[in-house]
Design a protein around this ligand. Structure first.
Ligand code: NAD
Ligand code: WQD
Length: 336
């Protein structure tokens, strides 16, 4: 198939790109590199031995986006491009709404104009807000707790409206839980700017000596050891989920489907630290600090719908996720 991949130079996009190329698809990547480096794409080429087309553009540049659809025909679009830092989104909400919403609107307009109406969207477990129970089903009530989450929620809503207004759209919303890990080659991985916000990149930077200690945000949550529980999944498993979604979508007449991509198992922060130390042999000094505002106690998926409808299951265990994250960190101490 011919696939347009937005945000293909990013952490998740670059891993999706590897899987698409390995499966024999033709891919055009668009990215403005606001949170990524072109080197990621060079390395994907090196890992896969396959070539693909790259276009540097901002999705908010309507003319440039239209041009991409004039130059090539696409069977489907995978839309990963977006800003994703929760804390930053509370500081600069307008930038988040502008980038994530306007970018998606221009992409969808150009798709409609070109008659390409098959879309996979990178959504997030953040759209469940503060879930009342776990595991989380796709039909749980939706809510947002920060501007970033609200952009995901609004995009989901606008795509739902689009699918209702024109039943020839085929849309897949994939709600990612907590992707970690890296390609086993150690050549591509997560490359955060500055001090990482997420647990795994922070932990690897402590273990490698770039940061002095991990701050564990609260040990008074209603969980067995008091620290927060999350559903971590390997980024390559997550990437494979997109190929499963595209396969299903292209057999569909039209409509919208929604799937959780998670393992269905949660680990606490302390379990993550212990497993990290066992797998890597590196100590992770830590200190318990106050809860991080907006954090929830427990979040893990019910992945059954994705198992049954997409034929997708997360296959890699926590040891593999951590070993792969660590290899990436050690081999690339300064990122790309
Ligand atoms: P990332 O920042 O590594 O990748 C996003 C890519 O999009 C970057 O390469 C960036 O340069 C590009 N981009 C951003 N705005 C753009 C624009 N206007 N035009 C063109 N390119 C643009 O992030 P990621 O972790 O790979 O996340 C990918 C998607 O998955 C995002 O939409 C994110 O919200 C979503 N998501 C991520 C996580 C996570 O934990 N990483 C969890 C749930 C959902
Ligand atoms: C995991 C656990 C923290 C860092 C975020 C976004 C979410 C999604 C994924 C995009 C929590 C604890 C963390 C640290 C810590 N992104 N922690 N010390 O918060 O589940 O999800 O990323 O959609 O929208 O909110 O992931 O990795 O930040 O935190 O103790 O330095 O680790 O409190 O329990 P989170 P995370």
């Amino acid at each position: 198939m011919n696939i347009l991949l937005t945000g293909g130079a990013g952490y998740i996009g670059s891993h999706i790109l590897v899987e698409l190329l390995n499966a024999g698809h033709y891919v055009v990547v668009v990215d403005n590199f606001c949170n990524s480096k072109i080197d990621a794409l060079h390395r994907v080429q090196e890992i896969t031995g396959q070539s693909f087309i790259t276009k540097k553009l901002d999705l908010r540049d309507a003319t440039a986006v239209e041009q991409v659809f004039k130059e090539h025909y696409y069977d489907a679009v995978i839309h990963c491009a977006g800003l994703k830092a929760v804390g930053e989104s509370t500081q600069i909400p307008l930038t988040y709404y502008d980038n994530n919403l306007i970018g998606t609107i221009y992409l969808c307009k150009a798709m409609a104009q070109a008659g390409v109406k098959t879309l996979v969207f990178s959504s997030s477990a953040t759209v469940y807000g503060y879930p009342a129970t776990v595991p989380i089903d796709e039909d749980f009530p939706l809510a947002a707790t920060n501007p970033y989450g609200r952009t995901k929620l609004f995009i989901e809503e606008l795509l739902r409206d689009l699918a209702v207004a024109d039943s020839s759209w085929r849309i897949s919303l994939l709600r990612y839980f907590n992707p970690i890990g890296a390609h086993p080659s150690g050549r591509i991985g997560e490359n955060p700017n500055g001090i990482p916000n997420n647990l795994l990149p922070y932990m690897t930077q402590v273990a490698v000596g770039k940061l002095p200690e991990l701050h564990i945000f609260g040990n008074d949550y209603p969980t067995p050891d008091g620290t927060g529980i999350r559903d971590y999944l390997h980024v390559t498993d997550l990437a494979r989920g997109h190929l499963c979604a595209i396969e299903q979508l292209t057999q569909w007449a039209g409509g919208m489907m929604v799937h959780n991509l998670g393992t269905g198992r949660g680990y606490s922060v302390l379990e993550m630290v212990n497993t990290f130390e066992q797998v890597t042999g590196q100590a992770v000094p830590y200190r318990i600090v106050a809860r991080r505002p907006g954090d929830i106690a427990i979040c893990y998926a019910n992945p059954q719908r994705a198992n049954q409808e997409l034929g997708w299951t997360a296959q890699m265990n926590l040891d593999t996720m951590i070993a792969d994250s660590w290899r990436w960190q050690v081999n690339n101490p300064h990122g790309y």
